[in-house]
Design a protein around this ligand. Structure first.
Ligand SMILES: NC(=O)c1ccc[n+]([C@@H]2O[C@H](COP(=O)([O-])OP(=O)(O)OC[C@H]3O[C@@H](n4cnc5c(N)ncnc54)[C@H](OP(=O)(O)O)[C@@H]3O)[C@@H](O)[C@H]2O)c1
Length: 287
């Protein structure tokens, strides 16, 4: 298969290195580099796919994987005109629950496969990545979802379809929305051990659960408690990407992680004052 990865950072670079073992991979990058070096849980993986930095040089492929941050959607879309031919499928591997809506300004919804990714990885330099866990990817059931799964048949990453994509996506969002407290306090995951902070996280997640249910996701009553327990059980020095982005002075995925709860809540008449507050505070802090 010919596969193009738009945004070969932590997630895109990791996936591209694995996909390069069995497919012809092109990297559509903003910053040029020569090769991918990924430290995987199974040892080092090196790949030398073609690297393009000019969308005008892109040619149609079988699959496009979009792995930019959500706030770089418009920039990543500049690649689509060259990469997408009549048979091309496009997978969007980003945080949040709006994978399809985010790209419908440029592509018909039926061409887009949304993907929830749980592969913790970080990039230390262009093309140099540490994949902390093999992790998993979930895509919706159906022909496109199955074709996406088949791309990874040779790789040890757990890539699977699900009958209930909404629940998978909202469950991940429940975890991510609580991470806004880290970006606000500029303190890593261990700040969740404070009861006053945990109470705010619980409220953020409870609003996410209420809105997610209104959107059709099947979320358990005790998800807020589970999310806090997960933060408390994990490494106290863990830095989430919202926190890392704010610390580095980059834009933040605040709209995709918390703003969406406020926007979808408004549609359903579900009150989301705590998410609205963190969105306002982080937008003001990043402005
Ligand atoms: N990292 C994780 O552990 C993880 C886990 C689960 C989900 N996610 C989600 O996965 C998505 C990707 O995250 P990430 O951590 O992989 O981000 P990342 O490391 O920042 O990678 C994003 C890449 O996109 C590139 N890019 C930006 N605009 C571009 C453009 N116009 N054309 C081509 N490339 C462009 C960036 O280029 P530069 O090199 O110039 O910056 C960077 O290489 C996000 O939605 C994130 O929330 C991440």
């Amino acid at each position: 298969m010919r596969i193009a990865v738009i945004g070969p950072g932590a997630v895109g670079g990791t996936l591209a290195a694995w996909l390069s073992q069995a497919h012809e991979v092109t990297l559509c990058a903003r910053t040029a580099f020569d090769r991918l070096q990924v430290e995987t849980p199974e040892g080092p993986l090196v790949a030398t796919p073609t690297v393009l930095t000019d969308p005008a040089a892109a040619a149609p492929v079988d699959w496009v994987l979009v792995t930019t941050k959500t706030y770089d959607a418009a920039g990543s879309a500049a690649w689509l005109a060259g990469l997408v031919g009549p048979q091309t499928r496009v997978a969007v591997l980003q945080n949040g629950v709006e994978h399809v809506e985010r790209f419908t300004p440029w592509l018909p919804a039926e061409r887009i496969t949304p993907a929830v990714v749980d592969i913790p990885a970080e990039r230390t330099a262009p093309g140099v990545i540490r994949q902390r866990r093999m992790g998993w990817i979930k895509v919706p059931d159906g022909q496109a979802g199955q074709a996406f799964v088949d791309l990874f048949a040779h790789a040890p990453i757990d890539v699977a379809t699900t009958e209930d994509f909404a629940t998978v996506a909202w469950s991940k969002l429940a975890l991510n929305c609580a991470g806004a407290v880290n970006a606000l306090t500029l303190k890593p995951a261990g700040v969740a051990h404070r009861d006053d902070i945990a109470a705010i996280m619980r409220d953020l997640v409870a609003e996410c659960v209420a809105v997610g249910r209104a959107q059709g996701a099947d979320l358990p009553d005790d998800l807020p408690r589970q999310v806090i327990a997960g933060y408390r059980a994990g490494p106290a020095d863990g830095v989430n990407s919202l926190h890392a982005d704010r610390q580095a002075g980059r834009p933040m995925e605040i709209d995709a992680r918390n703003g969406v709860i406020v926007r979808k809540g408004a549609v359903h008449g579900v009150a989301t004052p705590v998410n609205a507050m963190v969105v306002a505070l982080l937008e003001a802090a990043g402005a």
